[in-house]
Ligand binder design. Structure first.
Ligand code: NAP
Length: 287
């Protein structure tokens, strides 16, 4: 059997839990060697152990992507250990819920920009010289459906996810011809700890009844995006209806966003097939 990612070196930020952990394990199953980055060393150790069990060689580097020196040390350690980097998955990030008129809103925008956008820019700029020298590489940037259509109460996150989308769009065109591919993943609500600090009734209205995606499902999409050189992946595909409506007219986009806040609508569209986000987190905690 030809294993596409056999011995390829995949660097994943935000690999200590959630989508990043699932991406790491998905690439480990494909035979890749891994460089795992996040701030929490103990949680990175756990993911490293899981990936090694799957047969992967793993280097974990505790890293805060908002620190230039941490990011420089991460890329240096990766190339020293493996001699190359084939895939960069820019996944580290945070998300905060709250209205634009709330006192904390500017701070939330600032914090999210630092972790989710400037971190991504920094890691990308440190990895690009390695890709340029190799004449090859693949970059996967994690955005969100919010990176193409914002919901109320999620402005700080949506601002940054739109910026991730624009950054990726510019980057893809700038590296064209250099053997470097850029994919952007736009998942809808996913069952991770990203929004665990928000109460159920504080959530953006369309999320209240929705059944979240699984991190493993998003991870499969990441692997497939690299394998097939996809520029854009929206998850679930049904979310394209929202984006199409929004592209046609913001009135239609807003109408679809309001409709998604109604349980009968999400049920009809197959988006309320199981537990809600908070029910999923609660049942995970109780097992
Ligand atoms: N969950 C969703 O609904 C959803 C939907 C669409 C897109 N996304 C995107 O998916 C990505 C992963 O999020 P998730 O849902 O898996 O959330 P998560 O479970 O909260 O994981 C976030 C990851 O990012 C790391 N991280 C945060 N700040 C960091 C920093 N300054 N430096 C290094 N690592 C940092 C965290 O590790 P440490 O705390 O150990 O640093 C953790 O590994 C994010 O970019 C998010 O915007 C999530």
């Amino acid at each position: 059997m030809i294993v596409f990612f056999e011995n390829k070196v995949v660097l994943i930020t935000g690999a200590s839990r959630g989508i990043g952990r699932a991406v790491a394990l998905a690439f480990a199953r494909e035979g890749a060697q891994l460089v795992l980055a996040a701030r929490s060393a103990p949680r990175l150790d756990q993911v490293e152990t899981e990936a090694r069990t799957l047969g992967s060689q793993v280097l974990s580097v505790p890293t805060d992507v908002t620190s230039e020196s941490d990011v420089a040390a991460l890329v240096e350690a990766a190339t020293r250990r493996f001699g190359r980097i084939d895939v960069l998955v820019n996944n580290a990030g945070i998300g905060k819920v709250g209205e634009i008129e709330s006192e904390e809103f500017p701070d939330k925008v600032h914090q999210t920009l630092q972790a989710s956008l400037f971190g991504m820019i920094s890691v990308t700029r440190h990895v690009l010289p390695v890709f340029r020298q190799q004449g090859s590489g693949a970059i996967v940037n994690m955005s969100s459906v919010m990176g193409r259509k914002a919901f109320s109460r999620f402005g700080s996150y949506a601002i940054v996810m739109h910026a991730v989308s624009a950054f990726s769009d510019s980057l893809r065109q700038e590296v064209k011809g250099g053997g470097i591919g850029v994919s952007v993943i736009y998942p809808a609500l996913t069952a991770t700890d990203l929004l665990r600090d928000a109460e159920a009734d504080e959530m953006p209205p369309p999320f209240r009844h929705m059944t979240p995606l699984t991190p493993e499902g998003v991870a499969r999409a990441v692997v497939s995006a690299v394998r097939h050189g996809k520029r854009r992946v929206v998850l679930p595909r049904m979310a394209n209806m929202l984006l199409l409506g929004e592209a046609f007219s913001p009135r239609i986009g807003d109408f679809i966003a309001s409709a998604l806040a109604q349980r009968p609508v999400t049920t009809f569209l197959g988006m309320s097939r199981g537990q809600t986000y908070h029910e999923t987190l609660a049942s995970r905690r109780s097992t």
